[in-house]
Ligand binder design. Structure first.
Ligand SMILES: Cc1cc2nc3c(=O)[nH]c(=O)nc-3n(C[C@H](O)[C@H](O)[C@H](O)COP(=O)(O)OP(=O)(O)OC[C@H]3O[C@@H](n4cnc5c(N)ncnc54)[C@H](O)[C@@H]3O)c2cc1C
Length: 378
């Protein structure tokens, strides 16, 4: 919404359109009824080396297939959608820079999620069928999980009062960059997930009787260092926010991208250290059914207990949580989504290169070093 707020302001100024007034009315509706809106940006994209208009199948990106007096008709799909299924509305947006030949793909519009011409296909997740088991122990985290869906738009009619961009290709990249700045900064949330995994790692080390070992303490320090680095940069991006000409605030784009770039790496290292502290049993432990079986339950409880006084059932719950977060259902959100959500690592590096002020930094260095003459162009 924030990204669209600024971009609609810019499009209206350039083209005399009235997109921002429409967006404002939509925001007022959403706020009045306390509704949830999913940001639907990612297209299937087909051959990644080609722009939308050059794809063999023109439906690889959401596009306008008809324009009438009252509205547009949209066809295509949005993939990997986290929030859409449990939202009231989705706002579809272009997901990349577009050229003049891509005008039908430069579309941003709000669609109610229960539109009869929209369908949802649920994604599979690692270990997802464990959620259907009655005991709840082997699922690892019986409280929280997420899901992604493929959203299919089968000629969906959208009235013009819910269209916030239609054909202004030169503003597609602007919208994407603004959207990703908010979104990449929002990846500060992975630090909260990291807190849980660090806690689980500390807990299992204690249950295993090794909490006082210096390398264990050091690994917990390392995990904390990585996690708080994500937190610190995410908060810094927000604290450095600046007002835009449209009246809203935008986070510091460089810091937002640095935050997300850390997130593409550090959770993997935190997960690796958690698996290190957990021991091999995190992947070899028998099932909850086996632990509860009359025949072998007592044997398993005898051999799978650790430090004195530790309840073996508690120990396997913590192990299952580590498994869940590092290779089960919640690894979707903690690891793979950390890699690709809001753009894969290369997308952040493009902006880091653009905003890194290397020329200015060369000037500082040349000044302090006492270099004479002009900078080389290299
Ligand atoms: C769990 C999860 C939740 C998500 N939730 C949402 C959501 O709610 N809403 C939403 O809109 N999106 C969502 N996303 C999508 C996310 O933004 C994309 O996954 C991301 O932009 C990468 O796109 P892709 O998955 O199609 O990967 P690809 O584009 O296939 O990328 C794969 C690799 O190819 C590289 N690559 C891609 N194109 C090029 C190119 N032209 N030139 C060179 N290299 C290239 C990439 O850098 C990457 O290394 C989610 C993703 C995940 C994994």
């Amino acid at each position: 919404m924030n990204a669209s707020w600024t971009t609609t302001h810019l499009i209206d100024a350039a083209h005399g359109t009235a997109y921002q007034a429409r967006l404002k009315a939509f925001v007022q509706h959403v706020q009045s009824y306390n509704l949830t809106v999913g940001g639907a940006m990612t297209d299937p994209k087909g051959d990644r080396s080609k722009p939308p208009h050059a794809q063999e199948d023109p439906d690889m990106f959401v596009r306008v297939v008809d324009r009438g007096p009252d509205g547009v008709v949209l066809r295509g799909a949005k993939v990997h959608q986290t929030g859409t299924l449990n939202s009231h509305w989705m706002v579809v947006m272009p997901g990349q820079r577009l050229g003049a030949a891509d005008a039908d793909y430069a579309i941003s519009a709000a669609i109610p999620v229960d539109d009869p011409r929209v369908s949802y296909i649920l994604g599979r997740q690692s270990c997802d069928t464990r959620s259907m088991e009655p005991s709840g122990v082997d699922v690892g985290n019986a409280k929280f999980g997420g899901q992604e869906v493929t959203v299919v738009l089968d000629d969906v009619f959208v009235p013009y009062d819910r269209v916030f961009m239609d054909g202004e290709t030169e503003f597609a990249a602007d919208l994407v960059e603004r959207f990703t700045a908010y979104h990449r900064r929002s990846y500060v949330c992975k630090a909260g997930v990291g807190d849980v995994l660090i806690g689980a790692a500390a807990e299992i080390a204690d249950m295993n009787g090794v909490a006082k070992a210096s390398h264990i303490k050091d690994k917990l320090v390392e995990m904390t260092h990585l996690n708080e680095t994500i937190f610190g940069v995410g908060i810094a991006a927000s604290m450095s926010a600046k007002p835009t000409p449209a009246g809203n605030y935008e986070p510091d784009v460089l810091l937002a991208n640095i935050c997300k770039h850390h997130v593409t790496r550090f959770p993997y290292e935190i997960a690796r250290l958690a698996q290190d502290l957990a021991g091999g049993v995190v992947v070899t432990m028998p099932s909850d059914d086996d632990f509860n079986s009359e025949e072998i339950g007592a044997i398993l409880k005898k051999y799978l207990c650790a430090a004195p006084g530790v309840d073996p059932d508690d120990r396997r719950r913590v192990l299952r949580l580590i498994e869940n977060m590092t290779m089960g259902r919640n690894a979707v959100g903690y690891l793979a989504e950390s890699m690709h959500g809001a753009g894969s690592p290369a997308a952040q590096r493009v902006l880091i290169q653009k905003l890194g002020q290397i020329a200015e930094k060369r000037g500082y260095a040349r000044d302090i070093a006492g270099c004479g003459g002009a900078c080389s162009k290299a």
